[in-house]
Design a protein around this ligand. Sequence first.
Ligand code: HEC
Ligand code: HEC
Length: 244
Amino acid sequence: MSKLLPLLVLVLLGLNNCSGEKKNHEAALSPVQVDELLHRVCARCHNLDMPPKTSDDEKAPPLYTVTVHLKDWMKEDDPSVLRAKFIDFVADYVIHPSRKKSYCDPASLKLYGVMPSLQGQITPAQARAVAATIFDRYDQMAMLAAVKERNRLARLPAWQQVLETRDCRLCHIQGKGRLAPGFEEIARKYARNKTASLKKIEKAITEGSRGAWPKYHTPMRAYKGLTPQQLEGISRWILQQQKQ
Ligand code: HEC
Ligand code: HEC
C-alpha cells in the first residue's frame, strides 16, 4: 500500500480540475530539473533549439515545431484553456503515444513513425512539468525575439559578442564590484602603460587570474578558445572604460 499511495495521489491530482492544484503539481520541479529532463530524455530525438535546427537523420521534428503546430491544431482560442489542454495532451502522449491520438500529419507520421512510449523514463508529474515548460517556452513571439536577439548579436564585432554572451558581467559589475573589480577599476590600474597592459589583460583572460586583486578572494577561471582578435578587442575595450 505504501508503494501505491504516491501513485494514488498523482492520479487524484491528475483528475482534479482545479487549476491551482495543477499549477502546484507542475511547480513540483524546478526549471533546472525540467531542463535536465528535456536535455536527457527529449533531446535524444527532438532538437531543442529556438530557432529550431533540422537535420536529414533526425529521429523526430524539433520540439519548437511540434509545440507550435500542436497549439495551432488544438484550435482553442482561450489561451488558459489551451494551456491546460496542451499539458493534459502532452503529459499523456509521452507515456501513452499512439497513431490515433497523434496530431502529427500522416506524411510525418510515416516518415518518423509513432513516438515510442517514455514509460519508466519519466513520471506523470515530470511529464506535466515538461509539457508546461515547452508550452510557455516555444511560441512564435519568443521565436521572433530569439531571432531578433541573434541578429543583433551577429551585427556586433566578435569581441563584443563575447562580452554580451559570456558571464563576465555577472562578476564585473560597473561601479559595484563585489565579486570582482569593475572594468573601470581594472582600466585605472592599467592606465599607465597601455601596450604592456593589453598583454597582461589578455593573459588574465586566457589563463585566469588570482592574487592580482587581494581585495577579492576568489580567483577567476581561464577562458580558453577565444581568438586573438576577440582577446585584443575585449582588452582594448576594458582599457577604455576608465574614461566613463
Ligand atoms: C525515442 C525518440 C523520442 C523521444 C525520446 C521523445 N520523442 Fe516526442 N516524438 C518522437 C516522434 C518520432 C514524434 C512524431 C510522431 C508522433 O507524433 O508520434 C514525436 C512527437 C512528439 C509530440 C507531438 C505529438 C503529436 O500529437 O503530434 C510531442 C508533444 C512530443 N513528441 C513531446 C516529447 C517530449 C516532451 C519528450 C521528452 C519528455 C519527447 N517527446 C521525447 C520521438 C521521440
Ligand atoms: C566568477 C566571477 C568572474 C567572472 C565570470 C569573470 N571574472 Fe574576471 N575577475 C574575477 C576576479 C575575482 C578577478 C580578480 C582576480 C585576482 O585577484 O587576480 C578578476 C580579474 C579580471 C581581470 C584583471 C586581471 C588583472 O591582472 O588585474 C580581467 C581583465 C578580467 N577579470 C576580465 C574578465 C573577462 C573578460 C571575463 C569574461 C570573459 C571575466 N573576467 C569573467 C572574477 C570573474
